[in-house]
Design a binder for this molecule. Structure first.
Ligand SMILES: [Zn+2]
Length: 240
């Protein structure tokens, strides 16, 4: 029976391996989507700055056009100043000239400020573009690593499943039936007996049960966690 329990322990080792590989496989989509999110985020930030730059350029063109209009108006007013007949008309024209000059001055200031702002935004765009390109490259490398790891894991799962099938065939059906039922809900399904205690849930075992479990002559289940109780030495030995 000890030998059977050891076979059961070997089977469990394969099951634990498979479980852990499958858990790692299951985490892959989340890891991938997180990496891709970062790529999308960096790209989105870059697009935003690009849009801001376009808007600033549009505003700059609008101010330049205002300046042009004011300059044209001023030229026109000054060219016609000699033809003004009355004092009132002359005074009115001076007011118009002053207004045009003021508009030119305001526009020139706006253009200077706009140029500074454009320069800053262009440099922000450069930075955002570089960050986006770096993120692209990093995520691409990550995707490649993940794909490689996924292939490795799938290969390893297959290998462990072969090992498991061989070990499964060696365990007596009665022990298998009990093991499979427990292993479906919890792994490990085996617990060692430590004195009178279950090594997993630390439930105190009835004296007779503890003795039987330590002898390893039959399948004994813990009253607490339902695991199969086995002598300590079973848990240490494992055959390939
Ligand atoms: Zn227990």
């Amino acid at each position: 029976m000890i030998a059977d329990l050891q076979k059961l322990f070997s089977l469990q080792e394969a099951d634990i391996q498979i479980r852990s590989l499958e858990q790692e496989l299951a985490r892959i989509p989340e890891t991938l989507s997180q990496a891709r999110e970062q790529r999308a985020l960096a790209k989105g930030q870059m697009e935003e700055v690009k849009k801001a730059l376009e808007e600033e350029r549009g505003e700059q063109r609008r101010v330049e056009s205002n300046l042009n209009d004011a300059e044209t108006l001023l030229t026109h007013l000054e060219a016609n100043s000699s033809q003004v007949k009355s004092n009132e008309a002359y005074t009115a024209m001076l007011v118009e000239i002053e207004a045009a000059k003021e508009k030119i001055s305001v526009s020139e200031t706006q253009i200077l400020e706009g140029m500074e702002s454009l320069e800053a935004t262009a440099s922000r765009l450069e930075e955002a573009s570089r960050f986006s390109a770096d993120t692209d490259a990093r995520v691409a490398a990550e995707e490649e690593d993940i794909a490689k790891r996924e292939e490795e894991l799938q290969g390893e799962v297959e290998r462990q499943q072969d090992i498991r099938a061989k070990r499964h065939a060696l365990v007596p059906p009665e022990a298998l039936r009990i093991y499979d039922r427990i292993a479906a809900r919890k792994l490990p399904a085996l617990a060692s007996v430590v004195g009178k205690l279950c090594g997993k849930c630390h439930a105190v075992l009835p004296a007779q049960l503890a003795v039987e479990a330590r002898e390893g002559k039959s399948i004994v289940s813990c009253r607490g966690c339902k695991r199969i109780l086995v002598p300590d030495e079973v848990m240490k030995k494992s055959e390939e």
